[in-house]
Design a protein around this ligand. Structure first.
Ligand SMILES: [Zn+2]
Length: 117
């Protein structure tokens, strides 16, 4: 039997699956039953019937797999975009420096020409 312990008051609860839901029963007092809830992100949590504090549980394997499947490519894509953005900016920067340099050079030549003329 699975047992869950309250992180705050060390109270033990029996974890049971009931109609698709996890319920926690006080080991000693079988009457008090707490429902295990799942939040938006998939973290299971339960409110301890003894101390009233919310115990957050780590992600279940299913959620973890989904998060990994989503996280890896999106992270890589984000890094890719960032790198591309940096590369794009560097190229833009180099183009600007080159253009300014050439502009300066051409102007110089032009002024020399003007002087020469
Ligand atoms: Zn507690």
């Amino acid at each position: 039997m699975n047992q869950v312990t309250c992180r705050f008051c060390n109270k033990d609860f029996d974890l049971k699956m009931k109609a698709g839901f996890f319920t926690l029963k006080d080991v000693k007092c079988k009457e008090s039953e707490v429902e295990m809830k799942t939040d938006f992100f998939g973290f299971k949590n339960f409110k301890c019937s003894v101390c009233g504090k919310i115990n957050m549980q780590p992600l279940t394997k299913g959620y973890k797999v989904i998060y990994w499947i989503v996280a890896v490519p999106t992270t890589l894509t984000t890094i890719g975009f960032l790198l591309e953005g940096t590369l794009g900016l560097s190229i833009l920067g180099m183009v600007s420096v080159y253009s300014l340099f050439m502009d300066h050079k051409y102007k110089k030549e032009l002024s020399i020409k003007t002087i020469l003329e």
